[in-house]
Design a protein. Structure first.
Length: 297
């Protein structure tokens, strides 16, 4: 058993030494929480769609793929004692945001361990699946390949730029076949349509806690919905979309929160999108400039 245990320990160390956005974002906040002025939260729509370099003031993107309201709230509160200049937080509300059961229950539950390991997050149980890279063979295998590539070929990046934005959805990688036949949009809608509304109250409560937190500290909370292509928004479940807007309107009334809805914004063209519901690097630059202007107005 000794060689096996030693090999497992070495593999875990190797996996943890591979650069990733979670570690980078945590370290950035550790170093800059005192001076940051605007923070961006949310899931893939934000990490790929909002580029802080185009915002006024010191802005950072704390979003990550499949990040939910629970993680957003935890990240916002984690550096509470050090916010001396924080004035604005941007919180995207997507078609699925308020209906999600939670990161630990979805297809990407393996991402929970990244918050535990790299962000000192205590949201999840102490079970190995939430605290060991090796507990998921699929992702561990891929990351070991990245580790050896990083060590033997050339250094790999953190998965995001210095501002926390990810350029992983580059236009050159767009699947034109699935874009043209609409199959990608159909699959995305199927993933994002809720089977039930059992978790709406839970997610709404997390947003309320974020709103209350900001209200007490004179921090402006801004809600947005990012742009999508017509093959996506034309086919969304109307009841779920209506419920999303109903909750947002209530938030606006209760907390005097501004909301910017870009879901069907006609200023965005095909090349602004990587797929039906994510912006390309060009679309992200365009959107970020528009959003910065709208917030400042």
């Amino acid at each position: 058993m000794i060689p096996f245990v030693v090999a497992a320990i070495l593999a875990e160390i190797a996996l943890r030494s591979t650069p990733n956005s979670y570690r980078y974002k945590y370290q950035w906040m550790q170093e800059n929480a005192d001076n940051v002025e605007t923070l961006v939260f949310g899931s893939s729509h934000a990490i790929y769609g909002i580029r802080p370099e185009f915002f006024e003031g010191k802005t950072f993107n704390l979003a990550n793929v499949s990040q939910g309201t629970k993680e957003d709230l935890w990240l916002l509160k984690h550096w509470s004692a050090r916010y001396h200049r924080l004035r604005t937080i941007i919180v995207p509300i997507s078609f699925f945001s308020l209906f999600s059961r939670g990161l630990e229950y979805g297809a990407e539950s393996y991402r929970c361990r990244y918050y535990s390991i790299y962000m000192n997050c205590d949201l999840y149980p102490i079970w190995p699946q939430y605290h060991l890279e090796l507990s998921d063979y699929r992702t561990a295998k891929g990351k070991l390949g990245t580790f050896f590539y990083n060590m033997l070929v050339k250094p790999v990046g953190n998965g995001c730029d210095v501002y926390g934005w990810s350029d992983g959805n580059k236009l050159e990688g767009k699947d034109m076949k699935r874009w043209n036949d609409g199959s990608e949009a159909k699959a995305a809608i199927q993933r994002h349509t809720a089977k039930n509304w059992n978790y709406v109250e839970k997610n709404s409560q997390k947003l309320k806690e974020m709103a209350e937190y900001c209200k007490k500290r004179n921090i402006r909370m801004v809600l947005i919905t990012t742009p999508c292509w017509h093959t996506y928004y034309d086919n969304l479940d109307k009841r779920q979309l209506s419920k999303m807007y109903e909750i947002i309107r209530q938030f606006q009334e209760d907390y005097n929160i501004p909301y910017f809805d870009y879901l069907k914004d006609s200023r965005f063209v095909a090349d602004d999108f990587y797929d039906s519901n994510h912006l390309s690097e060009f679309g992200a630059a365009k959107f970020s400039k528009i959003l910065n202007d709208d917030i400042n107005k």
